[in-house]
Design a protein around this ligand. Structure first.
Ligand SMILES: Cc1cc2nc3c(=O)[nH]c(=O)nc-3n(C[C@H](O)[C@H](O)[C@H](O)COP(=O)(O)OP(=O)(O)OC[C@H]3O[C@@H](n4cnc5c(N)ncnc54)[C@H](O)[C@@H]3O)c2cc1C
Length: 388
C-alpha cells in the first residue's frame, strides 16, 4: 500500500486491526459468513468493543472514547477488505447507531442508547427504501401517526440491511399525508422486537452476512420518545436526513467500496506472481502488467478521495458535494477494479475459493446502495449550481 500520510495513532490502529483481522476473521471464516455456512453472529461486534473501537463516534460524556471519525472510517475500511458483512455490523453500531444518535438524538436518547453503542450492544438498521420507493425517498408511504402519547407506525420497508440482527430500525415515515413535500416526514426509532414488526429475508446476490430484509410494520405502537430527536422533530425528518443521514450513507458506501477494491487488488497482485503459464509467472505478461498498473492507479485515486472526505469530516467541514463525488467515483471505480481483477485471475476469479468472486459481488452492490450513481450525478450538478 502506498503511504497515506496518516497520523501516528492511525498507523498504530492499522497494526491493531491487521492482527485482529488475521486472528478473528480468517479468509475461510469470511467466506463462510458470506455463504451462510456459519452465521455472522452480532456478538462479533463485542470483540471490536473490547478493543474500544465502538466508542469512536461517541463523546466521552456518554461513555465513548471521544469522536474520531477518521479512526472509525479506517476501521470500517479494514473490516470491509476482509468481510463487508462484518464491516456492515460495525457501521450499524458506530455510524447508524453512534453518529446518528449523537447528531440527531434527543438528550434522553443519547443517555439511553450511546452507552450501548460503546459496549457493542446496539445495532441500528436503516429503513429508508420501500417496495415502491427507491431514489425518490421523500415519497415514502410508511405512515406514522400520533395516538395520544403514542405513535403508531404502519407500512413496509424493503432492502433493510441487517434488520434481522438489529435492535432498532431508523425508519423514515410520512407523518402528514396532506402536508407539503419534504415537510411531512418524521424519523422513528422502531425496536425490531416491538409487537407488529415482521421481518422476511430477501434473497440477494451478496450482502449475505448481515442479510437484506423486507420489514412490515403492522400498526406498531410506540411511546412518543421513539421520535428521533424528540417531539419537536415531528415533520422535520427530511432536514435530519439531509444534514447527516444521507451524507453518512454515502461515505460509508465509498469506504466499504475502497476496502473491497483494495482486497481485490492485493489478492490479484499476489496471484499474478504465483500463476505460471508458458513457463513464467503471468505477471511478466505485458497486458497483465498493464491491468495491474491500472487497478493500482485507480485504487490510489479512490484512496485520495476517501481520505480527503475523511479529513473534511475530521475538521468538521463536511462537503456534501465532495462526499457525493467520492460515493460516485469510488463505488464505480471499485466495481471496475474488481472486474479487472477477475479478468487477471481468469477461471480462478470465478471460483468461490479464491475470494475475488465475492469481492466482485460485493463491489457490484456499492454503486446501487446508499444512493445510486445516477442520483449522485444529479446531486453534484444540482449542488454545484448548474441551472436545471
Ligand atoms: C443489497 C442491498 C442492500 C440495501 N440496503 C438498504 C438499507 O439498509 N436501507 C435502505 O433504506 N435501502 C437499502 N437498499 C436500497 C438502496 O439504497 C436502493 O436500491 C437505492 O437507493 C436505489 O433505489 P432503487 O433500487 O429502488 O432504484 P430506483 O429508484 O427504482 O431507480 C431505478 C434506476 O433508475 C435510476 N433513477 C431513478 N431516479 C432517477 C433520477 N431522478 N435521475 C436519474 N436516474 C434515476 C436509478 O439510478 C436506477 O438506475 C439496499 C439495496 C440493496 C440492493
Amino acid at each position: 500500500m502506498l503511504d497515506r500520510d496518516e497520523p501516528e495513532h492511525i498507523r498504530m490502529l492499522r497494526q491493531t486491526l491487521a492482527s485482529f483481522v488475521e486472528r478473528e476473521m480468517p479468509h475461510d471464516l469470511a467466506q463462510r459468513w458470506d455463504s451462510g455456512e456459519t452465521p455472522l453472529d452480532r456478538t462479533f461486534i463485542k470483540k471490536l468493543a473490547a478493543l474500544d473501537l465502538t466508542g469512536l463516534t461517541v463523546p466521552a460524556e456518554y461513555g465513548g472514547s471521544g469522536i474520531d471519525l477518521r479512526a472509525c472510517l479506517v476501521t470500517l475500511e479494514v473490516l470491509a477488505a476482509r468481510s463487508t458483512g462484518a464491516a456492515t455490523l460495525y457501521q450499524m453500531a458506530t455510524l447508524f447507531g453512534g453518529t446518528h444518535i449523537v447528531e440527531m438524538g434527543s438528550e434522553e436518547q443519547k443517555r439511553k442508547l450511546l452507552p450501548r453503542v460503546v459496549s457493542g450492544d446496539l445495532l441500528v438498521a436503516t429503513g429508508l427504501s420501500e417496495p415502491d420507493v427507491g431514489a425518490d425517498l421523500a415519497s415514502v408511504k410508511t405512515r406514522v401517526r400520533r395516538d395520544g402519547d403514542n405513535l403508531v407506525v404502519a407500512g413496509a420497508k424493503r432492502w433493510c440491511t441487517g434488520a434481522g440482527k438489529a435492535d432498532l430500525i431508523w425508519t423514515l415515515c410520512n407523518s402528514d399525508p396532506d402536508g407539503a413535500r419534504h415537510r411531512n416526514l418524521t424519523i422513528v426509532l422502531v425496536p425490531v422486537d416491538a409487537p407488529g414488526v415482521v421481518l422476511e429475508e430477501q434473497k440477494t446476490m451478496g450482502n449475505h452476512g448481515p442479510g437484506t430484509y423486507d420489514v412490515t410494520f403492522q400498526d406498531v405502537t410506540l411511546p412518543v420518545s421513539a421520535l428521533l430527536g424528540g417531539e419537536h422533530c415531528w415533520n422535520n425528518g427530511w432536514s435530519q436526513l439531509l444534514n447527516t443521514g444521507l451524507d453518512l450513507e454515502r461515505i460509508v458506501s465509498a469506504v466499504q467500496a475502497l476496502g473491497v477494491a483494495r482486497a481485490a487488488v492485493e489478492a490479484t497482485w499476489q496471484y499474478a506472481q504465483e500463476r505460471v503459464q508458458f513457463g513464467k509467472p503471468i505477471c511478466t505478461i505485458q497486458s497483465i502488467r498493464h491491468m495491474l498498473a491500472d487497478v493500482q492507479t485507480k485504487l490510489h485515486s479512490c484512496t485520495i478521495m476517501v481520505d480527503r472526505v475523511a479529513a473534511l469530516l475530521e475538521r468538521n467541514e463536511p462537503s456534501p458535494v465532495e462526499t457525493a463525488m467520492a460515493k460516485l467515483y469510488v463505488c464505480e471505480t471499485a466495481r471496475n477494479i474488481a472486474l479487472t481483477c477477475q479478468t487477471v485471475m481468469g477461471a480462478y476469479g470465478y471460483a468461490v475459493e479464491y475470494n475475488v468472486e465475492r469481492y466482485v459481488r460485493d463491489a457490484l452492490l456499492m454503486p446501487i446502495a446508499g444512493g445510486s450513481s445516477a442520483i449522485m450525478k444529479n446531486n453534484i450538478t444540482n449542488w454545484m449550481g448548474l441551472p436545471r
